[in-house]
Design a protein around this ligand. Structure first.
Ligand SMILES: C[S@@+](CC[C@H](N)C(=O)[O-])C[C@H]1O[C@@H](n2cnc3c(N)ncnc32)[C@H](O)[C@@H]1O
Length: 304
């Protein structure tokens, strides 16, 4: 289902430049980190021999800065008492995350931007799997500020099961005990994937593993940018080309391995084939005219 009409031509073309703005910003962090290594720390070869470390550090700094920017908000409607609402892709997230409940996994929480949406008492425990350790201090501070630090566990790992299961065990909460006796029991009532499946290595496999960690009847809440569906009526061939150009000029390198051209919807659909499909698969498509089209919605795993 597609949700909105495309904006006028000029706005659409300007929208194509949105990723360029982000990439330039992230690049400035990368070059600053490289320059510091070489000129301040005397690690002349670091940009060649320690690229992973420098990229992670630069992305961490970029993301802390980016996510501390005030959110773009719509002017409040004077006829209602509603507070100003987020706009753009950020508007897709609150209605979705407010439905999270039970034992929850937040895949790649970053600095915890979404944490204010996760304070409901119906969430019994919250695990944030964040491999970029440079973001953990912000995450911890945010959990305290939101009053959920007692039930928030930061996992220093990615979303792959081989990393996630040991990290979950290390929390000492016993959250994986049942799963280890019987994998069909799953672990989580809700898994959140907000702007993260674009970055995970081996996406298809990781999504399959996340599916395996959902309890029967569990829900995957998704807000992700995806490859432009240029072959559909609302898609855009120009935006698809723009995505390729950004990828070519180093988008993934500078933006924490993010990829603009993933068919995440297809991978999500295939993940449940082992059980004959999802109980329910409801995804809304937005901004299909742009270089960052989104899918957003709830997928429910079949019950036992
Ligand atoms: C674009 S940020 C989104 C952060 C957060 N979900 C939000 O909406 O603000 C992507 C996050 O995914 C994390 N990430 C990258 N690879 C990952 C992986 N394999 N598993 C889990 N998280 C990962 C990054 O470190 C980063 O914090």
């Amino acid at each position: 289902m597609s949700s909105e009409a495309p904006p006028p031509f000029t706005e659409r073309m300007l929208g194509m430049l949105e990723p360029a703005k982000l990439m330039t910003w992230a690049m400035s962090h990368y070059f600053r980190i490289c320059a510091e290594s070489v000129f301040k720390n005397g690690q002349i070869l670091a940009p060649i021999t320690q690229t992973r470390r420098l990229r992670d550090e630069a992305f961490g700094n970029f993301w802390v800065e980016f996510s501390s920017q005030p959110q773009r908000l719509m002017s409040p409607d004077p006829t209602t008492n509603q507070p100003p609402q987020p706009v753009g892709s950020s508007a897709l997230i609150p209605p979705l995350l407010k439905t999270a409940s039970g034992t929850v996994l937040d895949v790649g929480p970053g600095t915890g931007t979404q944490m204010p949406l996760l304070t409901s008492p119906s969430i019994t425990s919250l695990y944030g799997a964040e491999p970029c350790t440079g973001l953990h201090a912000e995450l911890r501070t945010r959990a305290i500020a939101e009053g959920i630090s007692e039930k928030y566990y930061i996992l220093p790992c990615g979303a792959a099961a081989a990393e996630l299961i040991p990290a979950l065990k290390a929390t000492g909460t016993g959250v994986v005990d049942k799963y280890e006796d019987d994998a069909s029991a799953g672990v989580f009532d809700t898994i959140l994937c907000v702007r993260v499946l674009c970055s995970v290595p081996q996406m298809e496999r990781t999504i399959g593993e996340l599916y395996g960690l959902l309890k029967p009847g569990g829900r995957l809440l998704v807000t992700e940018h995806v490859v432009n569906p240029w072959w559909r009526a609302k898609g855009s061939f120009v935006a698809r080309i723009a995505q390729g150009v950004y990828q070519f000029f180093g988008w993934s390198w500078f933006i924490g391995d993010c990829c603009l051209t993933r068919d995440i919807e297809g991978a999500l659909s295939r993940a449940a084939e082992v059980d004959g499909g999802w109980e329910s698969f409801e995804l809304e498509r937005s901004f299909e005219w742009s270089a960052m089209p989104y899918i957003s919605g709830t997928l429910v795993k079949k019950g036992l």
